[in-house]
Design a protein. Structure first.
Length: 460
């Protein structure tokens, strides 16, 4: 009998969490959390809430950057994992065909009937890597197009189509790639005429800043791509599985049928990492063209039983609890209530998004009094005002949110798809109070802003 006792270990050393990270993991993470006041100690979580040691609840409007689509510790997903562990399956033998991967692939493909096959990996970036490899091999062309400000992952291939220079800097050389502005069909056609483009990868709603593709763009892009024998890749890692009020975000536009679709995050149920690349039969058959190529693309832990069981449970819960419809209804309610505040607050410039993927954008105020505060923050670092809103939402109202990207004055709301009117009311009330404080032009919020400004200037 082993002497390992997880409960005892956590009880004895859990309080060291920030010191352990600083010493052995990413030393900048605890430093950043201490700086912005996010160094909380959460004791447990369920659904859309965390609780601290004092029993205070915190509303989660971040959902682990979209991983917790069903909230935390959904009982059906938990039971599925207990069941698969108790079954003691002969998993990952590498030389058999277990039933769970086929069953999960079948269930996933039922939501996108124009696609035929699935490759299972372990994350969103792996799903993107798979799509890039498959597109380049199937077309025999090297170059992939992407949009500025896109985020498709941080491994080398996905980094090559990442639209943020801050992530790319220092990691060259990358794969052949070219960025085109989202919605610019002329630029897309110009690049396609060069004859070396394998695919165009796009998020139907960009996570950075929450920017939906312009109406009609995806379908028109698809027609151009197919005319030039190139593929459309839809990155649905964050937008997929009901997040935007349809099962996939590309389904908001009629006639769009991507050749490859990348999913991950919420498919895990928040437990076991999983990524999936859905694609057309001819693409898979070209990649896996013979028995000699049967393992030409694989993943050691891909399609493991725990991940497959979690994915099957997630999709079943989504059907039984109608989470897609709830995301649409609750998202419309939240977005409408927030949009009604735009005329009330001069610092609030826009509310946009679909379903439960909502961007709240701040901008330069008109009044001279507020403009002085705003200008000082912008001179230090763009994005500080949004962080000034995020911090009191957590500290005063116990609501977890975060800015949608570096140097952006946008907060992104991606809560669990299970939230309802109670959570909407709590967030809108808290947000209104924070904005009231900001528009008074003084107080603790702007004091904190000046602290952030000093730290930003010192870090240059």
């Amino acid at each position: 009998m082993t002497g390992f006792d997880l409960t005892k270990l956590l009880a004895e050393r859990g309080a060291e969490r920030y010191d352990l990270h600083a010493r052995y993991v990413n030393h900048q993470l605890p430093r950043m959390l201490h700086t912005i006041g996010f160094d909380k100690v959460y004791e447990r979580a369920e659904g859309a809430y965390f609780w601290d040691a004092d029993g205070q609840d915190y509303l989660d409007m971040l959902a682990g950057f979209g991983v917790m689509g069903l909230g935390r510790h959904h009982p059906v997903v938990r039971q599925a994992l207990h069941d698969v562990l108790d079954a003691q399956l002969a998993d990952l033998t590498r030389f058999d065909c277990q039933p769970l991967p086929g069953l999960l692939a079948e269930k996933l493909l039922s939501h996108t009937p124009h696609l035929d096959r699935v490759f299972f990996g372990n994350s969103g970036t792996e799903a993107v890597e798979t799509a890039l490899k498959f597109a380049r091999y199937a077309t025999g062309k090297p170059r992939v197009l992407y949009c500025p400000h896109a985020f498709h992952g941080l491994t080398t291939g996905s980094l090559s189509v990442n639209g943020e220079d801050g992530f790319r800097d220092g990691f060259a050389p990358l794969l052949p790639d070219t960025g085109i502005e989202m919605g610019d069909l002329d630029a897309l056609e110009r690049e396609l005429r060069r004859g070396d483009v394998a695919a165009f990868i796009v998020e139907p709603i960009q996570g950075k800043g929450v920017h939906p593709t312009p109406p009609g763009f995806l379908r028109a892009a698809q027609e151009l791509l197919h005319r030039h024998k190139a593929l459309l890749i839809a990155d649905e890692v964050q937008t997929g599985l009901g997040r935007t009020g349809d099962f996939f975000a590309y389904q908001h536009e009629d006639g769009v049928e991507p050749d490859l679709v990348c999913v991950a995050k919420a498919l895990s149920g928040g437990y076991v990492p999983v990524g999936a690349t859905l694609g057309k039969d001819w693409i898979f058959k070209k990649v896996y063209s013979s028995m000699d190529r049967v393992l030409v693309h694989s993943a050691s832990f891909g399609a493991n039983a725990q991940a497959m069981a979690a994915g099957l449970a997630v999709l079943t819960v989504m059907e039984d609890e109608q989470t897609v419809a709830n995301a649409r209804h609750t998202g419309d309610l939240l977005r409408t209530k927030l949009a009604a505040l735009v005329d009330r607050y001069e610092l609030l410039h826009d509310v946009r998004g679909r379903g439960l993927m909502i961007g709240i954008e701040f901008g330069r105020p008109k009044s001279l009094r507020l403009r002085g505060h705003w200008t000082m923050l912008q001179a230090a670092r763009k994005g500080l005002f949004a962080q000034m809103v995020v911090v009191p939402l957590l500290q005063r109202h116990r609501i977890l949110t975060q800015v949608s990207g570096d140097h952006l004055e946008v907060i992104k709301l991606i809560p669990p798809l299970t939230i309802g009117e109670r959570e909407v009311g709590r967030f809108v009330t808290a947000f209104t109070e924070v904005m009231d404080d900001a528009h008074q032009g003084g107080g603790l919020m702007w004091d904190f802003g000046r602290t952030l400004m000093k730290q930003a200037l010192q870090s240059r």
